[in-house]
Design a binder for this molecule. Sequence first.
Ligand code: GAR
Length: 218
Amino acid sequence: MTEGKQAKSIVVLVSGNGSNLQAIIDQINLGKIDAKIAAVVANKENAYGLTRAENSGIPAIFIDHNSFDSREEYDQNLMCTIDKYKPDLIVLAGFMRILTTEFVEHYQGRMLNIHPSLLPKYKGLNTHQRAIDAEDSEHGASVHFVTPELDGGPVVLQSKVPIFAQQQTEELAQRVQEQERNMYPLVIAWFCADRLKMANNKAILDDKELSEMGYAVG
Ligand code: GAR
């Protein structure tokens, strides 16, 4: 914990299992991230991430995208809900919805996402299968700041795993997700310690501009 500074407030958005959310909760409980999760919001009622939040005493909120007429209306509602918690950081942890530009710009510089590929490769869906089909020798995950370009914001950190011969998609996904659970809490810890920011569409760590592949490369 950083003495004299107030712990950051985080809102996490999920759509599914929430294993990344769990890793973040665990690292906060271990004192590795100086933050508090103020709320977890899901667009799917059965998202297990909501149960994980409840189990940790964190407000768990379901906002059904089917009950809004447009993406804009949904995002407006989501924004109002999030802003009640006055978060310093929004963490997308498997939130499987495209966000409007207005929403993204509202949180620019304080919204992170984790994506299961070595960006800029394989933006969008089915990333593990696409890496296998392309006969890549390696694959991985990226944590990046969110900007209006889908999966296009500046990368903070990437983690690589090898792709083996006759690679099964599920096994590759599991190895990538294991890396995700290590790297996402680390990046969030940097942000919460005021070491990480975004400026001029670049990720800056300890006052140094990171390369296109983030920290640890170039
Ligand atoms: C993670 O693998 C994450 O990279 C991916 O969804 C999974 C969520 O797992 N996100 C995306 O594909 C976003 N484009 P989790 O619910 O167990 O954290």
